[in-house]
Design a protein around this ligand. Structure first.
Ligand code: GLU
Length: 547
């Protein structure tokens, strides 16, 4: 069989060679020893998710901890799944979470010398390698139609053998040059298939940097490497790109483990070193007491848009992701509360290989811890920026009340035990929204032991004695007096001792006041809030409840 002739017939316009690419276009990178080259390869489907971000953090840490290179490669070989604007979404989302690429697709074009970084622009490179494989007798054109493939599948099922295109079932495996010519003359469409040398019994060993040594069944299928439109399948694009782009570590989801044998065999066939594979575990969540995979359909929190829409701070998400990425991160954080997160040494060995558990409550708690360390001015700016993209109706309010907003956010934040009230922008605004009359509403009920009439009596007493210039203890002493005068214990412990002697205690009285002023039963220090509100607003709020 004249493979050279076959290759030229199929790819008459491809004149480049693998060594040309290796030597002239994509030479070995000039990096220090041990430097890792990683890439994120999202497909522009319009949905960028936590799994992408999770993998991206691994890529980013591996590359930047080792003074290597972190690339963004857009895997856009599937025309049907491409969505307008998806690339911009990918880039802006990853930027939001603080992931900085050294090379690859950017909003203003591409940067780096191992591009193009869009797979759709690398077609000639794939075809050059495919042509070489045909010349070597390790790939061939397959003209089988969908119907023929279906026919084969039925026969295989009837014989109870593995389905697929392989061995004696691979009709076009030994197609002749003349047959190919006839098909070409006929304009028949064809794919290029890899000619596998594997067997159904064969096993190979490979070291996965997260999972350890893997023993896997070899590939024996003649997988499609170029589709009818000459565009590569994932399997082929992965091998070719990661080789030429000099990627050292392939971090990808465990869903790719099942096709790893194909990739492995293609690498070996081409005489190329395999990269170090790092197959990450699926992100799981607890659902009714059992663990399951996060699902696009059921779990809005899987999409990155969820966090950006709610206004999670990237530092919080980053901190949280590291807690699920590396089992020793939390301990490190306890011992290094004020260190920069990048000082933590991330390692693949400390990654879970059995499903990382994602928990929104935990993210919220971490977010509280992180936000309490961020200066209020920065939180204000973050909130402002978020409102511009996500809640335009509050831009004006935030602008006009900058100093009050900052003060409201600061209440109780200093000292040894700072309050940790803030989680994400949507909630932060909600947290202080009572301040603005247009958002103010009575959300909570008075304590059960206090009815409307009683509440009015207490509020009237409060209004009568209210002096905006009172300091905190003078102010609270007055509330104690109101409590006592109206039959409430001045101290909760007195009430506990003799509950029958009182209607309640001072806490109930201050609850009534708090609810009248801010509409809620719990909040940071109400005296401080009143000072920020100003006397007029405080009196108006109380008066409103007296009507
Ligand atoms: N385009 C692939 C995906 O979105 C990338 C997998 C890989 O990183 O190799 O799943």
């Amino acid at each position: 069989m004249n493979y050279k002739k076959l290759a030229d017939m199929l790819f008459p316009n491809i004149n480049t060679t693998i060594s040309y690419y290796e030597e002239k276009v994509f030479p070995i990178r000039n990096l220090k020893t041990g430097a890792k080259v990683t890439r994120l390869g999202p497909s522009p489907t319009g949905f960028i998710h936590l799994g992408n971000l999770y993998g991206a953090f691994v890529d980013e840490r591996l590359a930047h901890q080792s003074e290597g290179v972190f690339m963004l490669r857009i895997e856009d070989t599937d025309e049907k799944r491409k969505v307008e604007g998806a690339v911009e979404t990918i880039i802006s989302s990853l930027k939001y979470f603080g992931l900085n690429f050294d090379e690859g697709a950017t909003i203003d074009g591409e940067k780096g010398s191992y591009g193009p970084y869009f797979q759709s622009n690398r077609v000639e490179i794939y075809q050059c390698v495919a042509k070489y494989m045909i010349e070597q007798g390790r790939a061939y054109p397959c003209f089988c139609t969908e119907e023929e493939l279906e026919e084969v599948r039925k026969l295989q099922e009837a014989e109870s053998v593995n389905t697929g295109y392989y061995g004696k079932w691979a009709k076009d495996r030994d197609i002749t040059v003349e047959e190919v010519q006839a098909h070409l003359d006929n304009n028949d469409s064809f794919v290029i298939r890899f000619k596998s040398n594997g067997t159904t019994e064969g096993i190979f060993e490979i070291e996965d940097a997260i999972r350890g040594k893997l023993q896997i069944h070899e590939n024996y299928q003649d997988a499609v490497i170029l589709k009818t439109n000459g565009i590569p399948t994932y399997h082929f694009a992965h091998v070719v790109d990661d080789h030429f782009m000099r990627v050292t570590h392939v971090v990808r989801g465990e869903e790719w483990l099942s096709t790893l044998p194909i990739h492995y065999e293609i690498f070996k066939t081409l005489g190329w070193d395999t990269p170090i594979y790092c197959h990450t575990a699926h992100l799981m969540k607890m659902d009714n007491g059992s663990k399951r995979k996060l699902s696009k359909r059921k779990d809005p929190e899987l999409g990155l848009g969820y966090y950006m829409d709610l206004g999670y701070h990237p530092a919080a998400v980053r901190e949280y992701l590291l807690t699920i990425l590396n089992s020793n991160f939390e301990e490190w954080r306890i011992n290094n509360p004020d260190s920069n997160i990048d000082d933590f040494e991330f390692t693949l060995e400390k990654m879970s290989n059995s499903g990382a558990l994602f928990d929104l409550d935990k993210l919220n708690n971490i977010s509280k811890d992180i936000l309490v360390k961020i200066p209020v001015e920065e939180i204000y700016d973050f909130l402002m920026k978020w409102s511009i993209g996500h809640k335009t109706e509050i831009i004006d309010i935030l602008n006009k009340n900058k100093s009050e907003v900052m003060k409201l956010l600061s209440v109780g934040r200093s000292g040894d035990k700072p309050r940790k009230d803030l989680m994400y922008c949507e909630q932060i605004f909600e947290f202080i929204s009572y301040f603005f009359d247009e958002y103010f509403e009575i959300a909570d009920k008075y304590p059960d032991n206090i009815d409307e009439a009683e509440a009015k009596k207490l509020l009237q007493a409060y209004l009568n004695t209210y002096n905006h210039n009172d300091n905190q203890s003078e102010w609270f002493d007055k509330i104690r007096i109101i409590a006592e005068e109206n039959g409430y214990a001045a101290k909760p412990k007195d009430y506990k001792k003799n509950p029958d002697m009182y209607k309640g205690h001072v806490g109930d009285v201050s609850s009534v006041i708090r609810i009248a002023i801010i509409g809620r039963a719990t909040s940071p220090d109400i005296w401080e809030i009143q000072q920020i509100m100003g006397e007029k607003k405080v009196r108006e709020r109380i008066e409103k409840q007296l009507i």
